[in-house]
Each structure stands twice: as structure tokens, then as C-alpha cells.
Design a protein around this ligand. Structure first.
Ligand code: F6P
Length: 493
């Protein structure tokens, strides 16, 4: 804070007109040829969508750089100004593994495992949200557009609004928003809701999520609700109107399609099938190793199909990629043990000397290898118990421009709202899921192609660029309608 000539306080502002705030920065650490360390743009839909907007204008990204107990200065990478937020070992334990991933994550995913409520975790969440907001305030220009992402940072919109009413503030929730009866459990429900309501626009994956948010605001705050607009009471310390809306995220469809036509990737797909012994049917599962993904339900159905001999060892192989995630969180360790026990039981019982029925891979792979796996797979199994969107489903579809392949998709994913030509399943219904898997394996080519082409068309019109452009256009309109004197237009950013 400075004082001007008249002696009254002025707030320091930064120079960036468009600021993204997310738990992680969009970069991976790499070792350069001379042995020094540097950063490279991380693959991913969000940065792909925002990169053109950020590099064409004055864009900054605030986030954690992934290392513990390391403080870094701001730096520029690939046309984006990066603002690293430092996290100590205790911060990671209490804010990231604790409140974000052991309180909010399970609560927002239908309490698949019980959420834990600890006041020390909440205190850390508040302090770290303040730290992200402070870093944002340091770089945001007057009237800047600030786009905050995801459940780790739900208090940031209100902190920004209180400090800088000039900002246009958007928030996008990448995961589901729970029903009022579940959200009611959260001891800090009012603070979280008011934190989010500091934004002009709160975007969700599904209309149901936006409905849940509005119901929660109506029941647990003093805001008055009209449709999807929430207005604070007269005496409230923030005075913005908050609008909620569905804005389902998508993928870089043309880039995935381009990679799927790459001859090297096509050859790699053939090699994968060959190395598995050219089974008649290759099925694929690709997930972070997370209890929300329904991996155990999928393996149960698959194991039973092999035992029933509805699927024959030697003719079928399931590749299950389970990428390591949140490995210090107890429930994730427990899940890994359960999944690996099931993998051992299935392969032990059904494999032959020459053929495996299940190839389990506890690794992450680069996008090119993922596209080769999608191309190699006749069927993709997405059996999440709850999932905000599921971009793997969309990538699989966009890879299959030739119309081959079948997507088996859980009803409990955001993607099911849009990809309704998939074979939809309820992963809790093992018998039903087994029938649907067999229907997918035996689907004729004409039906595969009809379904695939309709889903591809949807993804061509609704890609990640379309998503970000629409969100920012809506944010700009809402901020202008509600505060007509705002100086900066997002479309000018
Ligand atoms: O789906 C929510 C999300 O935060 C994604 O944005 C992210 O890719 C994934 O979960 C894993 O997040 P992290 O490894 O940072 O916990």
C-alpha cells in the first residue's frame, strides 16, 4: 500500500490484464543439456486453450510450481508471465493433501470415501488461499480479468473482490459441486460459498452442479437468489452479483485428431497390439489412480466376464493405465493396494503362458503414447463413480476419426451429458455393466461408426478453445452489465 500526495491510501496494482490463478503452474521442470534446471510448458487442455490469449496479450499465471519448500521469483516462459506461489512441507500436508484432497475432494465426489474435517486443515486452506490472492493482487492491472480455477482456491474470488472491486473475476470448478444435503456437512460451508460468490461468474461442468451451488447459497447464506443470480444483502461487504452457469470443459479436438493421423503414432498403435499377442479385442482404461474412477468396479466386472467365459483369455486383453496420484494420502495408498490385489487375482487366475488378460501400468505417459493406446483400443472403459467431466473419454473419441471403437461411459461423469452416443453404464450395477461391455465388444462396425461420428461432430464444435472463449465472453458481459464503468474488455485482452 502507498499513499498519494493527498495522503490517502492507494492500492498497488500490477501490469497484467489477464491473470489465471490455479493450484499448479502450467509448466514441468526439465533438466537442460548443460545440467541446469528449467521449465517447459506442460501438456494439458487448460494451458492449450489459454496460451494464445495469454501470449497475445499481457497474461500472467499464478500457481504452485510443484516443489516443496522452494521460493522462486516470477519468470517468463513461452510467452506467459509465471508467478510461483511457494508451499512448505506443512502447507502441502495441511492445505493440499488435507483440506483440498481429504476434505473437499471426497465431499464433492458424493462422499465415496468419508471426508475428514479438521480445523488445522481449514486454517491452512484459508492462509494459502490468501497467499494465492496476494500474489494475484500484486500482478493484476486495474480492471484486469482474473480467472480462478478449482476447488483448492474457492476463497480467492472474495478476497480479490474485497481488495479490488475493479477486477472482473471468474471462477471455474473442474470437479462436481455436491448436493445441498452433502454440502451441509462442511463446517465452513458459509465461508466457502461466500468465497465463491465474490466472483462475477462461477462456471460448472454441468447444470446440476450450478443448481446445487445456487441451492446451497440460498440455504446457507443471506444472498437472495433469482434463477442463477445471487445478490448479497445490502449490508454485505462485497456488493457484486454472482451468476452461476454450466460451461462444460473440453479438449483440443483438432490437435488430438492431428496426432491420431500421425504415421508414427499409428505404427506405435499396431506395435502395442502386436506386443500383446494380437488379441481379437483390446480394452483400455486410463485414469489417475483415484477412488472416484471406479477402477475396482471395472476390474470386478471384467474378472467376472472372464470367469463366466463371456470373454475368452487369449482373445481379449484389458490395458489399465493407472497414473500415480496423491500418493501420500491414506485413501490413495489403500486404493492402490486393493487394485493391485485384484490385478494379481485376475492375471493369476486367467493368464496363460502366452497371453495376459490384463496389463496393469502404474505410470503416466506423454500424449503421443496415450493417443497410440487410444488407437490400439477397440473399447475404452470409463466407469467413474463420480467425475466432473472426464477428458479421457473425449480424447478417445477425437482419436477415432475413422469411426472404429466403442466408448463405454459412466452416467456419473460430466462427459455423459454430452457424449450420449456412448454406451452408458451405471458402474454400481455390475451385472448391467457386464452386459454393456459385451454389447460394446460385439457392436457391429456400422453402429460403431454412426455413434463415433456423432460424438466427433460434437467435439469439433465444442472444443477447449470454444469453452474458454465462451466463458470469458460471458464473464465480460456479466461484469459489464453489473458494473457498467469497468475499463477493460476481455475481448481486448
Ligand atoms: O480434476 C481436478 C484436478 O485438480 C485436475 O485439474 C488435475 O489434473 C487433477 O485433479 C490432479 O490434480 P493434482 O495432481 O494437482 O492433485
Amino acid at each position: 500500500m502507498n499513499t498519494d500526495r493527498s495522503g490517502s491510501a492507494t492500492i498497488e496494482t500490477g501490469q497484467y490484464d489477464f491473470v489465471v490463478v490455479a493450484n499448479r503452474l502450467p509448466v514441468d521442470r526439465v533438466t537442460n543439456e548443460d545440467g541446469s534446471s528449467g521449465f517447459r510448458r506442460a501438456p494439458g487442455g487448460l494451458v492449450t486453450a489459454l496460451h494464445p490469449i495469454m501470449s497475445a496479450s499481457s497474461g500472467a499465471w499464478v500457481g504452485w510450481h510443484g516443489a516443496v519448500d522452494e521460493t522462486l521469483e516470477d519468470f517468463d516462459n513461452d510467452g506467459i508471465h509465471l508467478v510461483p506461489v511457494a508451499l512448505s512441507e506443512a502447507d502441502v500436508e495441511l492445505y493440499y493433501e488435507g483440506f483440498s484432497n481429504s476434505t473437499l475432494w471426497p465431499l464433492y465426489h458424493d462422499v465415496i470415501v468419508p471426508p475428514e474435517y479438521h480445523r488445522t486443515w481449514w486454517d491452512a486452506y484459508k492462509a494459502i488461499n490468501q497467499r494465492f490472492a496476494d500474489a494475484t493482487l500484486r500482478v493484476a492491472a486495474p480492471g484486469a480479468t482474473v480467472w480462478v480455477h478449482d476447488y483448492q482456491l474457492q476463497l480467492v474470488p472474495r478476497i480479490l473482490r474485497m481488495a479490488r472491486p475493479d477486477l472482473k473475476i471468474g471462477f471455474f470448478n473442474h470437479i462436481p459441486f455436491p448436493s445441498m444435503s452433502l454440502f451441509a456437512q462442511l463446517p465452513w460451508r458459509t465461508q466457502i460459498l461466500e468465497g465463491l460468490a465474490g466472483a462475477d461468474l462461477v462456471g460448472f461442468q454441468r447444470k446440476d452442479d450450478a443448481d446445487n451451488f445456487m441451492n446451497c447459497l440460498q440455504n446457507f447464506t443471506d444472498y437472495s437468489i433469482q434463477g442463477f443470480e445471487a445478490t448479497p444483502p445490502f449490508e454485505h461487504d462485497t456488493q457484486n452479483i454472482c451468476t452461476a452457469a454450466p460451461h462444460p470443459i473440453s479438449i483440443d479436438t483438432s490437435e488430438v485428431a492431428r496426432l491420431a493421423r500421425d504415421p508414427q503414432i499409428i505404427a506405435r498403435a499396431a506395435q502395442i497390439r502386436h506386443e500383446l499377442g494380437n488379441p481379437k479385442t483390446v480394452m483400455l482404461g486410463v485414469d489417475r489412480l483415484d477412488y472416484t474412477k471406479g477402477i475396482r468396479h471395472r476390474l470386478k466386472a471384467y474378472g467376472e466376464l472372464l470367469s463366466d467365459q463371456a470373454l475368452q483369455a487369449g482373445e481379449v486383453c484389458l490395458i489399465q493405465v493407472a497414473s500415480p496420484s496423491r500418493e501420500n494420502v491414506g485413501r490413495y495408498m489403500q486404493l492402490r493396494n486393493q487394485v493391485e490385489l485384484m490385478v494379481g487375482q485376475i492375471t493369476g487366475q486367467h493368464d496363460t503362458i502366452s497371453h495376459t488378460t490384463l496389463r496393469y501400468l502404474h505410470h503416466s505417459y506423454p500424449l503421443r503414447e496415450m493417443i497410440a493406446l487410444y488407437l490400439a483400443a477397440d473399447v475404452l472403459l470409463v466407469t467413474a463413480l463420480r467425475d466432473g467431466m472426464n477428458l479421457v473419454a473425449k480424447e478417445y473419441v477425437a482419436s477415432h476419426q475413422d469411426g472404429r471403437g466403442v466408448l463405454v461411459l459412466s452416467e456419473f461423469t460430466g462427459a455423459a451429458d454430452q457424449l450420449n452416443d456412448a454406451v452408458l453404464v451405471n458402474p454400481h450395477d455390475i451385472a448391467g455393466m457386464k452386459r454393456k461391455i459385451i454389447a460394446a465388444v460385439t457392436m457391429d462396425e456400422a453402429e460403431q461408426s454412426e455413434r463415433m461420428q456423432r460424438m466427433i461432430q460434437h467435439l469439433e464444435h465444442n472444443d477447449v478453445q470454444h469453452w474458454s472463449r465462451h466463458f470469458l465472453d460471458d464473464l465480460n458481459k456479466l461484469a459489464e452489465t453489473h458494473r457498467p464503468t469497468s475499463p477493460t474488455k476481455v475481448s481486448e485482452v
